[in-house]
Ligand binder design. Structure first.
Ligand code: 4NP
Length: 160
């Protein structure tokens, strides 16, 4: 919780142009639809800095539009300060978890780091949100399907 009683959530993926900006856009919209937009601060970041300042990948933006979302955050790299600023740092896969661990300022800081699979309901057997970057249109859609499921779980578990 911050000064304004908001729960703060940072989504993290590798490049911050496909999965984590989609998660950010989906959670913001779902929270707003439930009147919870004042309860939560949502952001996203990448392990790498390759895409800093860029809008999400065009394929993910189009997939967002098809599903009724606007994915328009600008990419940035995760920084050590994020471990102070955020209550929950939610990663997409095992590689992200390992990489975030390398950046974490203390071992205690890792208590804030969660796998997105903890919030799945419909997709309980799924272990990660696979990276769609080298995939096809259906891989982007699958990422959005998984993220919608997880964001419902996040709202139930963390925001209500
Ligand atoms: P993301 O996907 O981690 O879901 O944003 C990727 C985006 C870019 C790259 C890899 C994954 N890349 O290698 O540039």
């Amino acid at each position: 919780m911050d000064l304004f009683n908001k729960t703060s959530i940072l989504f993290v993926c590798l490049g911050n142009i496909c999965r984590s900006p989609a998660a950010e856009g989906i959670l913001k919209q779902k929270a707003a639809q439930k009147g919870l937009e004042n309860n939560v601060f949502v952001d996203s970041a990448g392990i790498g800095a390759w895409h800093t300042g860029q809008l999400p990948d065009m394929r993910m933006r189009r997939c967002g539009e098809k599903n009724g979302y606007d994915f328009s955050s600008k990419a940035r790299q995760i920084k050590r300060k994020d471990f102070e600023r955020f209550d929950y740092i939610i990663v997409m896969d095992d590689d992200n978890y390992r990489d975030v661990k390398m950046i974490a300022p203390t071992s205690g800081a890792m208590n804030k780091v969660h796998y997105i699979r903890e919030y799945f309901n419909k997709y309980k057997s799924q272990q990660s949100v696979p990276d769609p970057y080298y995939g096809k249109e259906e891989d982007f859609q699958f990422a959005v399907d998984l993220l919608e499921d997880a964001c419902e779980g996040i709202i139930q578990q963390l925001l209500i």
